[in-house]
Design a protein around this ligand. Structure first.
Ligand code: G4P
Length: 532
């Protein structure tokens, strides 16, 4: 294997998805601990109500006094080079969160074992499912009363529709949590409360039928548990690496992130079974990561990181070839002048460090001064485009009014720029006289960001107004919208167009979506724009 192939094979680029409070930040911290990127982990809890627009990792940065970019952490573990991408959560949940999932090769899904699958996890899971990437599950907080583990597995199948293969199996929960059994290695790892897990957990390993366990538990409980393990191997999902690789089967781990328990088992398994960078779909078919020509795409733009300069950092996921500092690529926005990829930055370390070379799977940040847009392909391969970034269905809507007619230009230009950056989606209502934009977002905070940036950066004067809409469905691009009238539409349903002039329908609730579908069975409705 060449050095180049070796660099690709040892890369693991992933994100952690979870519902707020399930333990994503805690797990991130413990993974960094094992990766040697943190010497000593403590509790990284910032008061949740003080969290404003910052991501979890910015809190981490402040609390630990280390420089962690809020976008990607790179560290080495047992010969593997790990890129962990942040999926902003909490209040700053936005399309960015979804887009990050287009840049990773696998995900770790953290579930609070006391609560089961929660809303946010389900939504993020759907994006992973769409991409068919491997999903590893960590059932967290086993030191607290948990749902029955069989019920948790069943929920994965029922709610998410994914098969589950428990790699580890818990013995007890809450105050009775004794440890986890590694079903592949056939060893029982005994749980010891680590006092919030300030350092790596000591690992005490024994056999499943160790008589000391029976002494601590009621022997009949131990016996029942042994039978459960036996039953799992007979009746449970069979282990199938191939199904894991295409996202049809999720390996499941149980543990307690805060106590650092079960985390190393997860990490060891993950680096061995997680995916290295895979071929990516493009306008020219699948592009192998080993292809020598450089290619990558922009999945995130962080604008105005320094409020004194209108700078923006574009984050590129490298898909093939070797990236090197100062290389030039054709301008993805057209024109004859190539773009020099200068000032590339790696985003973990005491300081932002300049990157000389990066490989498929890596993320580099480029100071771009507005040169790039989300979804742009940067490559030396002529006419190649990656179609990785779909438009995600907005879930919240707001009208945006221009308050001062003399400032219409500021309003229009500012909004256009924010649209290009992918900060927000905009729709225009059919047959509307109003000079009003209808904004669509996946999180409320996106609206506040738009208003704030229009006012501070573009000196516009705007106002947000609530709308009755909660659902949008795309129609086929050439649909004649005049056919939808009266009773067959349902009340409060409006026709609008997205910025590509593709027609959409806006609904006040799911009920009206169903009503419309029932009345118009021949009109295909899509949750995503069919133009990509
Ligand atoms: P998030 O990023 O997914 O939102 O979750 P985060 O790691 O911030 O964890 C949410 C809460 O759950 C935190 O409590 C954290 O300490 C706790 N937690 C995480 N993992 C475990 C675990 O394995 N067991 C138990 N019992 N708790 C866990 P908090 O009250 O917000 O903060 P703190 O007061 O504990 O610091």
């Amino acid at each position: 294997m060449s050095d180049f192939q070796h660099e690709i094979q040892r890369r693991r680029t992933f994100a952690i998805i979870s519902h707020p409070d399930a333990g994503k930040t805690t797990l991130t911290e413990k993974l960094l601990l094992y990766g040697g990127a943190l010497q000593q982990a403590g509790s990284v809890r910032a008061k949740k109500n003080q969290r404003s627009t910052t991501s979890d990792w910015m809190d981490l940065e402040r609390e630990r006094g280390i420089s962690v970019s809020s976008t990607v952490l790179q560290f080495e573990y047992e010969g593997f080079c790990i890129n962990l991408l942040d999926t902003p959560g909490h209040r700053d949940f936005s399309e960015d969160t979804y887009r990050v999932l287009t840049a990773v090769d696998s995900v770790i899904m953290v579930i609070d074992a006391g609560k089961g699958i929660e809303e946010r996890t389900r939504k993020l899971f759907e994006i992973c499912r769409m991409r068919g990437i491997p999903i590893f599950t960590f059932m967290n907080k086993m030191d607290r009363p948990a749902l029955n583990p069989l019920e948790l597995l069943d929920e994965l199948e029922r709610v998410l529709g994914i098969g589950a293969f428990p790699v580890t199996w818990p013995l007890g929960d809450g105050p009775d949590f004794k440890g986890v059994y590694d079903r592949l290695e056939k060893t029982l790892h005994l749980y010891a409360n680590q006092g919030k897990g300030a350092s790596r957990a000591a690992d005490h390993v024994t056999g499943a039928d160790d008589p000391r366990i029976s002494a601590q538990l009621h022997p009949s409980i131990h016996q029942e548990w042994l039978e459960q393990i036996e039953l799992l191997s007979l009746a449970g999902e069979a282990f199938d690496d191939e199904k894991v690789r295409v996202g049809e089967l999720t390996p499941v781990f149980f543990g307690s992130a805060i106590n650092n328990f079960g985390v190393q088992l997860l990490l060891n398994y993950f680096v061995r079974h997680g995916m290295p960078p895979m071929p990516r779909k493009s306008s020219q078919g699948l592009i192998e990561p080993t292809r020598p020509d450089f290619s990558g795409f922009v999945f995130k733009i962080q604008a105005n990181m320094d409020p004194n300069h209108r700078d923006s950092l574009s984050f590129i996921r490298i898909c093939s070839g070797v990236f090197s500092k100062d290389m030039t690529v054709p301008n993805p926005r057209g024109g004859n002048k190539p773009i020099r990829l200068s000032y590339p930055q790696r985003l973990f370390g005491q300081e932002r460090e300049s990157v000389e070379t990066a490989y498929p799977g890596d993320i580099v940040g480029l100071v771009s001064h507005g040169a790039f847009r989300i979804g742009d392909t940067l490559t030396q391969i002529p006419d190649l485009h990656y179609h990785e970034i779909p438009r995600f269905p907005p879930e919240v809507f707001s009208y945006l009014h221009n308050n001062t007619p003399s400032k219409f230009k500021q309003f229009r230009d500012g909004l256009e720029q924010l649209l290009n950056e992918g900060v927000i989606q905009v729709f225009y209502l059919h047959n509307s006289q109003q000079k009003t934009a209808l904004l669509g977002a996946v999180g409320q905070l996106q609206f506040e960001v738009v208003k704030h940036r229009l006012e501070t950066e573009y000196a516009a004067d705007v106002r947000l107004e609530v709308t009755p809409f909660t659902e949008v469905r795309w129609l086929e691009p050439d649909t004649d919208v005049e056919q939808f009238k009266g009773a067959y539409m349902g009340s409060n349903v409006r026709i609008a167009f997205d910025t590509d002039h593709v027609p959409v329908l806006l609904f006040p609730d799911q009920w009206s979506v169903d009503y419309f579908a029932e009345k118009n069975p021949n009109v295909p409705l899509s949750k995503f724009s069919t133009l990509q």
